[in-house]
Design a protein around this ligand. Structure first.
Ligand code: PLP
Length: 486
């Protein structure tokens, strides 16, 4: 039986209190003297009145309805929902980091500056780039930063380049960001291998090309095999190369965007470098650039002279600020802790394990589901539910059926180049046993889709909330509760 969870407003009882404070012992003026009558509220605030225990139980109950990496397998493609070691949290909670104020004098935050400096050194080494900014707070925000710098670079050379080429296997944020940054987006098709169609790319290149944005590995989980040829062609046309490195856990320690000829790369510290994400942040879309783009990086960067670390604001060609202060500093502390704990051989192992896990799962599942691009994958792979669809069972039905077994569904209906797509990224932190039991469940759902499709189409059966009317939820959302509604 599904039970409606009462809202705090419904649970509240007049006069109940969740606090006990000493009586105020300073004189307080009445509101009527502080505010003009027109600004004073006419009715009392309608807030729920509850005890501390009731509020605690309410939120704890709600929190257990959520699926997270700490509660179960979360193979959400392109999102790298891997386990985040708790030592990262310990480091970020150190008082010197957690209570530092961004406006403090440099001399009092030397340790924080040193951490930013050293994290930059590590990420320069990992990406093959010349400088790094930590200011952007999400992957898409990093993309915007990168494209703004690319625009500034072309303008500084009096070149008018307004087109950004984006393969159809790119992450969805790439074309969205290019459009938002004011560029015209030109889509480049994939070939039958699932890689960039080089002939189409070369035809699209010209004196108006500002950049190519390449997601590598692409959203099919495939490494662009002709990446050096792609890079050379774009540079020859005078364009710059943008590397979407959100999922660097597929290649880290083995290949570097800088060595492939890329001018800008963004990393999602909240994916590859094991800081939590989901629910909108906080994250870090750290961006690395080659020398020619260094002058345009956001303000400030961290510098070091003989005596101390300092904020370098003396950068006249900078695009300015893309976020307040130094971005999500706590996220950088967590990512740097992870880098130090892993060491260079550990980071390399991360990539090897991420690729091994994805290939293992792919090879187990390709007999129950269609695998449109049957090649060695990197961190993720994309199945198609087109066989199941013939029986009326869609990718979305399969995703919902997984909920009954305690798994978070994979990404569905993306990338668009695959019909009924199920995009699966197991990540390196999962054991063989977890992968096996997930594969077993996927196989079971494939059998159900064949023998009892209605059961799958009505899933989920065991969750707190069943199938939602998605159209009504989008068109008539009820986001506000009124006492009269209950
Ligand atoms: C997650 C992801 C992004 C976007 O990152 P956000 O932090 O969600 O903005 C961009 N590109 C790729 C390849 C990604 O996986």
């Amino acid at each position: 039986m599904r039970k409606h969870k009462e809202l705090l407003f419904e649970m509240g009882r007049a006069g109940r209190r969740g606090y006990s404070l000493p009586a105020c012992d300073v004189p307080v003026k009445p509101v009527s003297e502080l505010l003009p009558a027109s600004m004073q509220r006419k009715l009392p605030l309608d807030l729920p009145e509850l005890s501390e225990g009731e509020v605690m139980r309410h939120y704890t109950a709600l929190s257990t309805r959520n699926h997270g990496v700490d509660s179960g397998f979360y193979p959400l493609g392109s999102c790298t929902m891997k386990y985040n070691p708790k030592v990262n949290e310990e480091a970020a909670a150190l008082a010197g980091f957690a209570f530092a104020h961004p406006c403090q004098d440099e001399s009092t935050v030397q340790g924080a500056l040193e951490l930013l400096f050293k994290a930059e050194e590590s990420l320069k080494e990992i990406t093959g780039m010349d400088r790094i900014t930590f200011q952007p707070v999400a992957g898409a925000h990093g993309e915007l930063t990168g494209l703004m710098m690319i625009g500034a670079y072309h303008r500084s050379r009096n070149e008018n380049r307004n087109k950004v080429l984006v393969p159809d296997s790119a992450h969805g944020t790439n074309p969205a960001t290019a459009a938002m940054a004011g560029f015209e987006v030109v889509q480049i098709p994939s070939d039958d291998r699932g890689l960039v169609d080089i002939r189409a790319l070369k035809e699209a290149l010209g004196s108006d090309t500002a950049a190519l944005m390449l997601t590598n590995p692409n959203t099919l989980g495939l490494f662009e095999e002709e990446i050096l040829e792609i890079a050379a062609a774009v540079h020859e046309a005078g364009g710059l190369l943008y590397y979407d490195g959100a999922n660097l856990n597929a290649v880290m320690g083995y290949a570097r965007p800088g060595d492939m000829g890329f001018d800008v790369v963004h990393l999602n510290l909240h994916k590859t470098f094991s800081t939590p994400h989901g629910g909108g942040g906080p994250g870090s879309g750290t961006v690395g650039v080659k020398e020619k783009l260094v002058p345009f990086l956001p303000l400030p960067l961290v510098g070091r002279n003989e005596e101390r670390y300092y904020f370098d604001y003396d950068r006249p060609a900078s695009i300015g600020k893309i976020h307040s202060f130094h971005g999500n500093f706590g996220v950088v502390v967590k990512a740097y802790t992870y880098i130090c704990m892993m060491g260079s051989s550990g980071l390399k192992q991360v990539s090897a394990d991420a690729v091994l896990n994805a290939n293992y799962l792919m090879s187990r599942l390709k007999s129950s589901y269609n695998l449109p691009y049957d090649r060695l994958c990197k961190h993720e792979f994309v199945l198609s539910a087109r066989e199941q669809k013939k029986n009326g069972v869609s990718a979305s039905d399969i995703a919902k059926a997984l909920l009954d077994f305690g798994y978070h569904p994979p990404t569905v209906y993306f990338p668009l180049v695959v019909e009924e797509a199920l995009m699966i990224e197991p990540t390196e932190t999962e054991s063989k046993e977890t992968l096996d039991s997930f594969a077993g469940v996927m196989e079971k759902i494939a059998c159900l889709a064949r023998d009892n499709p209605a059961r799958v189409k009505e899933a989920p059966h065991t969750t707190v909330v069943g199938r939602l009317d998605e159209v009504r939820a989008a068109r008539q959302p009820r986001v506000r509760w009124r006492r009269s509604d209950s």
